[in-house]
Write a protein that binds this ligand. Structure first.
Ligand SMILES: Cc1ncc(COP(=O)(O)O)c(C=O)c1O
Length: 365
């Protein structure tokens, strides 16, 4: 790009690293030289059963020529029925990713700090930097639990917001309520990201009424299979919801996403049956992986497993396994960090997908 234009870009955005998102299936298929229908895509923690059949019907009927309701009245009412929180304490975003972004815009000034517990969902660090802030990565302990003491030591007057994914992506573990309470006592905004709530039924959402600094994030991407339509929501005190409404784009969730959410919540029992199947499959997959020498799955409360690959004599063996699987059209997720060099994450799919994955893993390991 010509120097004159480069100079116009905000300095902190000059060298931002593009977020390492998962590739679309057609590209994976092209790379592996395999038809797209044969790809076993286990790298995005997506729902292998897809969304509710009622979603397609609802989206087809939705008035897509009309702008959506900026105050999301029907969506918030329906979410209230599902979560038990009052509509005034609910707000939806184009995926929980958008809400993460809005929270940074609301709380961070250039130079402010956000804190998260590494390894965790990379979106927090990415969006904090885009907002002009810094991200402080507090290391999780040896079993990937949140280290509250280290967090307290790291907090200073510029620390505004702390993110805790529970269950954590990619490690799969929960953060106990006591730890959340201790973090809340620091007075910072504490965001508990419960993207995988339905797979564990463990929540701190009931604590929102007592703690004005608690935000709980949820998504329709995982349990309801709506990752492609982009809709998530937050539960937080009413005043905070109003501030998010004040700064969000008025039409942030599309008419299609709104219709899909309403149809999904209507069909929640069927979707939760699928969640049950995924949870059963997670346990079956764990047992199968436990039987493979050289691979250890970590216990998980989500719809994915973090797997340790014994490095043996070859450094980078996990990367090799990843590549060998990819050549067979089976895609799992690797992470760039040193701490997770010997790990990959695999989503829990259908029993058929598990069998293909586990058999291939036995061959390549
Ligand atoms: C912990 C966590 N939070 C949020 C998200 C993003 O969810 P959404 O699709 O609603 O933006 C993910 C997606 O993988 C996640 O793992």
């Amino acid at each position: 790009m010509a120097g004159k234009i480069r100079r116009l870009i905000r300095p902190h955005l000059m060298d931002v690293q593009t977020y390492e998102a998962v590739d679309p299936p057609e590209l994976i298929a092209q790379r592996a030289g395999i038809p797209e229908s044969e790809i076993v895509k286990l790298n995005g923690n997506e729902n292998p059963y897809g969304g509710s059949p009622k979603v397609a019907e609802a989206v087809a009927k939705a008035p897509t020529h009309i702008y959506p309701d900026p105050l999301q009245r029907r969506v918030r009412q329906a979410l209230s029925g599902y979560t038990g929180a009052p509509p005034e304490e609910l707000i939806a975003g184009a995926g929980s990713d958008e809400l993460i972004d809005l929270l940074f815009r609301l709380f961070m000034e250039p130079g402010d700090k956000a804190l998260d517990f590494d390894p965790t969902f990379a979106m927090y660090g990415f969006l904090a930097r885009i907002a002009g802030g810094e991200i402080e990565l507090v290391q999780r302990d040896e079993v990937f639990d949140v280290d509250v003491g280290a967090a307290k030591d790291a907090i200073d007057e510029r620390t505004k917001i702390i993110f805790v994914a529970s269950p954590n992506n990619p490690t799969g573990n929960l953060t106990p309520r006591d730890h959340v309470r201790e973090l809340l006592d620091t007075g910072r905004i504490i965001v508990v990201d419960e993207a995988y709530y339905e797979f564990c039924d463990f929540t701190v959402a009931d604590m929102v009424s007592e703690h004005e600094n608690l935000v709980v994030l949820r998504t329709m991407s995982k349990w309801a299979g709506l990752a492609g339509l982009r809709i998530g929501y937050g539960i937080m005190n009413e005043e905070l919801v109003q501030h998010v409404i004040d700064i969000k784009q008025p039409y942030n969730i599309s008419v299609a996403a709104e219709a899909a959410l309403l149809a999904s919540l209507d069909d929640a029992p069927a979707l939760l049956d699928n969640v049950g199947k995924i949870v059963d499959e997670r346990e079956r997959m764990t047992a199968l992986l436990d039987d493979i020498a050289g691979v250890t799955p970590w216990p998980s409360a989500g719809n994915f497993l973090l797997c340790y690959v014994e490095p043996g004599a070859e450094p980078g063996r996990a990367q090799q396994v990843f590549e060998d699987l990819a050549r067979r059209g089976i895609v799992v997720r690797m992470f760039g960090s040193e701490r997770l060099r010997d790990f990959f994450r695999v989503a829990v799919g259908t029993p058929e997908q598990t069998d293909v994955f586990v058999n291939a893993l036995r061959e390549v390991i």
